[in-house]
Design a protein. Structure first.
Lengths: 133, 349
């Protein structure tokens, strides 16, 4: 992914901010330019909860080039505490620790980098909650 | 040094990565004796962690405790010797991730292991002059040690953050009673441009560097404030290994009990710019209102910042608003040398 588009999305990626359609009472993450239901372009930025529940997950052993050094890693479908569903990489977790329904929390981590001399890209991942939440 | 307005810590936060490697495992790889290891184990940052990510988590915890809106913070200073870029600030990434941008000062500080307290001193000055309302000082480092070098046993990772503001405006955690900075040109440890690992001169490591600067900063601060070691409930010194902080504390007249809560190096290694600040956050986690704490950092090159702080009532309601330092230290996962090398990018890609 090129740096201009990532740079435009940094606030959403760094801080877990979604777009919200007041007409449809729907939150979109990743954010959308317009509501896919009613076409409303006046979407508001809202902070998503940083805690949720792992619905399901997969173990990635054959990643794309950008994520090659991180393999093996986990990608999960997470239901945040406000009901928003998001797909995110999980970190600080081993496969044997994973099970559907565990509580997870957002953390700020490196996503990938453009080789040894290019930019470093950051974003939100999830890890098992440090404490019961 | 004292400020025009009294300054207090209104929030503090810590972060230590999940992974640990035992010193005995490093000794196994290099065929070193187990009898002379400088500590038990050290923290290991994951592949997706760096100075910025650790700084963000520590600062996030500090903001939770400060109960402050991020946009009220007028300065973000990250003290580190493991900047994420040689040219491009770590502090702007951290400020953006925390929602502090765009109206803020943001910069990286470098003074080996005292860059975190150097950042703190600047924040105290900015807030104490009335120039800004609140400031965020962070020490964050993933220390580097050449494979097989003595530093590899101790070079750990971690971050600590303090939010400072004028006393009495927010709920104060601890008041800054006074500070003292003491520096000279001493070549005990350095890393040249383009080099991955630092170098060190044994000739300067102990007495001319660590002990002289730590002792002078602490003694001169106590003299300036008219205090003696027994006036402090706790003391924290920079922790390059297990032996040095205990020796300097003893030489100044502090007891083992006074330094115990903040002595983290046997468990996480030397977290460089975060080292003494993590000792302070661990001490604040157990301190009571009225307790006086001495913190003395040390940075190679060389210098020390000493600060005397007095714990305030706000500590009681704020300490449980975020994970404590020992919460991070006691959750741990051990890795062998092979996984440690992978996480620290010691393999050629």
């Amino acid at each position: 992914m090129g740096s201009p588009s990532y740079w435009r999305e940094k606030v959403y990626r760094y801080r877990l901010i979604a777009k919200y359609c007041e007409n449809c009472n729907k939150k979109y993450y990743p954010p959308k330019l317009a509501c896919p239901i009613c076409g409303n372009k006046e979407l508001k930025e809202v902070q998503l909860p940083r805690i949720g529940t792992l619905i399901t997950y997969t173990w990635v052993t054959q990643p794309t080039k950008d994520f090659a050094t991180q393999a093996p890693y986990v990608v999960g479908l997470i239901k945040l505490d406000d009901g928003t569903l998001i797909v995110s990489q999980l970190t600080d977790v081993e496969i044997e620790e994973l099970k559907d329904g565990i509580r997870v929390e957002a953390v700020f981590r490196r996503m990938f980098e453009e080789g040894d001399s290019g930019l470093i890209y950051y974003g939100t991942k999830f890890r098992p909650c440090l404490f019961s939440k | 040094m004292k400020t025009f307005y009294t300054v207090s810590i209104i929030g503090y936060g810590a972060y230590v990565p999940l992974r640990r490697i035992k010193a005995i495992e490093i000794a196994r790889i290099w065929g070193k004796s187990e009898k002379v290891l400088p500590l038990e184990e050290k923290s290991v940052a994951a592949l997706d962690e760096d100075t910025a990510t650790m700084a963000v988590e520590a600062a996030y915890n500090a903001i939770l405790r400060a109960k402050i809106q991020p946009n009220e913070i007028g300065a973000v200073f990250v003290g580190t010797e493991s900047k994420i870029y040689t040219v491009k600030p770590t502090a702007t990434v951290v400020a953006e991730a925390l929602g502090i941008t765009p109206t803020t000062l943001a910069s990286d500080y470098e003074f080996a292991c005292k860059a975190g307290t150097e950042a703190t001193q600047t924040c105290i000055g900015l807030v104490g002059s009335g120039m800004i309302k609140a400031a965020l000082a962070i020490g964050s480092d993933i220390a580097r040690g050449r494979p097989g070098d003595e530093l590899e046993y101790t070079a750990g990772a971690g971050a600590a953050a303090l939010i400072l503001a004028r006393s009495g405006i927010y709920e104060d955690v601890a008041e800054i009673e006074g500070t003292y900075s003491f520096v000279t040109d001493t070549p005990d440890f350095w890393r040249r441009e383009g080099q991955i690992y630092p170098m060190h001169y044994y000739r300067f490591t102990g007495e001319p560097a660590y002990f002289y600067h730590s002792r002078e900063a602490a003694l001169r601060l106590m003299n300036e404030l008219g205090l003696k070691p027994s006036d402090f409930k706790y003391a924290v010194f920079h922790q390059p290994n297990s032996k040095f902080p205990q020796e300097v504390a003893k030489s100044l007249g502090f007891t083992a009990e006074q330094i115990k809560p903040g002595l983290l190096v046997p468990l996480i290694g030397n977290s460089y710019a975060a080292s003494s600040l993590l000792g302070l956050t661990a001490t604040l986690d157990i301190a009571k209102p009225g307790d006086r704490i001495l913190i003395t950092s040390f940075g190679s090159g060389a210098g020390s910042d000493a600060m005397s702080i007095i714990v305030k009532d706000g500590i009681e309601s704020k300490r449980d608003l975020a994970p404590k330092t020992m919460d991070y230290i006691t959750r741990r996962r051990y890795v062998d040398y092979a996984l440690y090398a992978k996480h620290r990018s010691k393999y050629n890609k």
